[in-house]
Ligand binder design. Structure first.
Ligand code: SF4
Length: 532
């Protein structure tokens, strides 16, 4: 038996930290199926809970690497230190972005760099003559059933790869330069979605590409030209084959594409609003609003182009859908520590964000991170010099954005009283359960109440943290706890206590006589009341 240890990946164009599942474990499981080898899959968190899990495995394939680190609620990525201590006496193979970080060979491991699929197949004894031309697609379908072994199944979002690489490849810090641009055929993508769907998956993210709008675009031009007709037929085909999908989202969109091809992009935005599910976010890799930094690092999009793209997306995507989230919003990524960065860079980035607020636009989230420098990128010339130099500015900037921008934006995106549906509880702390919707860039919601992991609740927004909201579950007034009642805006402790003391209520009139007309109106908005 061969063990597949999913240590989780996070790359610019691929996320595999729970509830997300990257394509790599699925490709590997399919490859082992093709080779007629028995396999077992486990996540890093399962391995930590039970280190004996692969005791019977003769080899272990470890997938790992966090190239764009974030904060993760759903799982803890495998660290380098942990990698050293895994089954010292077993043969181990390492794949994933972690290999880009290794300065020397790692004892006990055979490291197989990207694209690893064919090399790994050969390493495991596979013969080239037995492979079809589209062998990765074949592996993807054969390995689909691995999702059932994921501890969060069926609450897993499968990251689907549409294409690899970036046509630009020139941004100084970006690791996408390692990939040659290669499209997967729409048929292959849909076959994989079908295979996952028939295994019970209902949540998908067309997330593994650098710019979704340029999937199957015309790459013969300087900037690939998107194809709305293709996009429409692609989405229609997905729904035809898999009509009960619950989540269909995407990840990256390059704002440059929208600025260069506004007509085609407008059509594609409308298609996405129509055929994908609400709560969708297009992450815009803006990186910097400082023209000097843009030039020194060969960044692609300029601030006026990004603003244009944000405005266009707002025009069609900002209204709320059935799950309480806006249909389709942009997210913005900034990277700090790049070449040419000065104190003014921070001010320019700040001004850009304030401009978004002034224009009354919505963005789902702003991601601020310091550059992670890889030896094979042009950023290696200066390494982390600017990261170290501007460490203090970065900290202050982050605090300022959290205070001046994030909260105000959150209040706009999710106003008080908004009902959020299908919040999946992930952890609990005291009387608050932390939940998120199964979505791309889901908002963290502190649901007032004690719920078990994997419970689904609907709750209304009552308050805001810096990057999270607090919500009270939709409950019957006769069942809500004192704690939950107190959290409802306008209902203080004394009213909440009076409600508890007077319960059970048989009709609205009884509630009104207890709390008064004004508070009855508030309660009707947040709770279920018995009908008069
Ligand atoms: S546009 Fe730049 S940052 Fe974005 S994927 Fe391409 S090379 Fe990387």
């Amino acid at each position: 038996m061969i063990g597949i240890l999913d240590g989780y990946v996070d790359e610019p164009s691929c996320l595999g930290v729970p509830p997300y599942m990257a394509p790599y474990p699925r490709y590997i499981a399919g490859m082992l199926e093709k080779l007629g080898l028995k396999w077992r899959y486990a996540t890093a968190d399962e391995y930590r809970r039970n280190p004996e899990i692969f005791q019977k495995a003769e080899k272990i394939i470890v997938i790992a690497g966090i190239a764009v680190p974030g904060k993760y609620l759903g799982g803890k990525p495998l660290s380098l230190r942990e990698l050293f201590s895994i089954y010292p006496d077993k043969e181990k193979i390492l794949v994933g972005p972690i290999i880009l970080e290794l300065k020397e060979e790692m004892e006990g491991y055979t490291a197989i760099p990207f694209p690893f699929e064919y090399k790994l197949y050969q390493h495991l004894g596979g013969k080239a003559e037995n492979l079809s031309r589209n062998f990765v697609n074949e592996f993807a379908v054969l390995g689909a059933r691995v999702v059932r072994e994921h501890p969060d199944f069926p609450n897993v979002i499968c990251e689907i790869e549409t294409y690899r690489g970036c046509y630009w490849k020139r941004c100084s810090f970006c690791i996408e330069r390692i990939h040659r641009v290669s499209m997967r055929s729409p048929k292959a993508v849909i076959d994989e979605i079908k295979a996952l769907y028939s295994n019970g998956v209902r949540h998908f993210r067309l997330g593994n590409q650098t710019d979704f709008f340029t999937y199957m675009a015309d790459f013969s031009r300087e900037y690939p030209k998107p194809d709305p007709d293709f996009m429409k037929s692609f989405h229609r085909a997905i729904w035809k084959e898999c009509p009960k999908i619950k989540t269909l989202h995407l990840d990256n969109v390059n704002p440059k594409t929208i600025a260069e091809y506004p007509e085609e992009s407008r059509e594609i935005i409308k298609i996405i609003v129509c055929y994908q599910t609400p709560g969708n976010v297009a992450a815009f890799g803006m990186e910097s609003a400082d023209e000097k930094v843009i030039e020194r690092n060969n960044l692609l999009a300029h601030p006026n182009e990004v603003m244009f793209a944000i405005e266009m997306m707002n025009r069609y995507g900002r209204h709320a859908g059935y799950n309480g989230l806006p249909y389709f919003l942009p997210g913005i990524n900034f990277v700090f520590g790049l070449k040419g960065e000065t104190k003014e860079t921070f001010q320019k980035n700040y001004d850009f964000l304030m401009d978004i607020l002034e224009r009354e636009l919505l963005v789902r989230r702003v991601n601020l991170r310091q550059v992670k420098v890889f030896d094979f990128t042009p950023m290696a010339e200066i390494g982390e010099r600017n990261v170290r130099r501007h460490k203090r500015y970065f900290k202050l900037f982050k605090e300022k954005i959290r205070k001046d921008f994030d909260r105000r934006m959150l209040e706009r995106v999710l106003p008080k009283g908004r009902l959020l549906r299908d919040l999946r509880v992930e952890t609990r702390s005291g009387k608050i359960s932390f939940a998120r919707q199964l979505a791309t860039y889901p908002i963290l919601v502190g649901v007032v109440g004690e719920f078990e992991r994997n419970t689904f609740v609907d709750a209304r927004v009552v308050d805001y943290g810096e990057r999270s909201v607090t919500a009270v579950p939709e409950l019957d007034i006769n069942r809500a706890s004192l704690h939950q009642l107190i959290y409802i805006p306008g209902i203080g402790r004394s009213t909440a206590s009076a409600i508890i003391a007077r319960r059970p209520f048989r009709d609205e009139g009884e509630v009104e006589r207890t709390v008064g007309e004004e508070k009855l109106r508030i309660l009707k908005r947040y709770l279920f009341l018995p009908k008069s």
